[in-house]
Ligand binder design. Sequence first.
Ligand SMILES: [Mn+2]
Length: 359
Amino acid sequence: MHRARLNGIRKVMSERGLNAFLVTNMSNVFYLSGFTGSTAAVVVTSEAAYILVDPRYSIQARMECGDGIEARDYTSVSTVEAAGQLINELKSDVVGYESENLTVASLRRLRRTTGAQVKLRSTVGKVEMLRSVKDAHEIALIKHACGIVDSTFDIIVREIKPGMTESEIALLIDSTMRRLGAAHEGFSTIAAAGINSACPHHSPVDAALSDGQFLKMDFGAEYQRYNSDITRTIFIGKPTDKHREVYQVVLNAQMKAIEAIAPGKTGREIDAVAREYIASCGYGENFSHSLGHALGIDVHDGPGFSKSSNIVLEPGMVITVEPGIYIEGWGGVRIEDDVLVTDTGHETLTTADKRLIRK
Ligand SMILES: [Mn+2]
């Protein structure tokens, strides 16, 4: 598995004329090597691949990285200096690095270690591009993570009642995900009631739920390094016609966008399906973010559906679909599912109830 991934990056290297590639983004390190620790670097050449770790991780790296990658320890230097020393030893003279990850200070350190004879080439999103199409193993893990959030919603929605606070609901969600096998939450859980629901990324506070409010909950489970991400909005008390209308517009937009997902479509086309529908209902100004993001090792795993997204959908991509309508001083609704692009169209991986639930 990792050998095939390393070969994927070698193909990119030969296209770019690189004879070594330095990987410092830790999600990319995990993808290429299987290493789950917090600090390491991977150096890939046409023939070999190395993972550089400090003594805290020596044993772990040897346990986790097998297929086609050699673990090496370093001491008394920084990770990037250790990488520079290895590059010198390998006599690689054109080396790609991940410019979205390597800090300016680290790049200077790398340059000092390798000297002027080594050409350092900035690259952007090379491993991320490989990661965008998931293999069967990855899809199985994402599906498992989706199962955890689906079951979590089913359980917590029964326990929610007026008087509970946003913080209590977030804690309930987090503990339920853990109980169901999540390693931890994929990101800080959002529980936003009433006017707070108009903020797309509100942090839970000690405000108690009361009648006449939307309650928007956005949460994700990480399972064996892969993520799920779901949003559901429910209602406390009896919704007005306006609450029902806004909810239905978001739900229709979401379902129309999911229905349009198929190989060959672009990210921008799918975004437009939801955005144009919401605009046609008079809420265009209230859908302020992009429609969805790729999902995988990272919760935000790469580009997805947005006004400017040029990605062309391929089977194996997993992308969220999460339109929303946010009205300042009134409230907001978002509904989010995780969708796999298949050979023939799509498969929705999160299946929790999307009818407007009242509590
Ligand atoms: Mn999301």
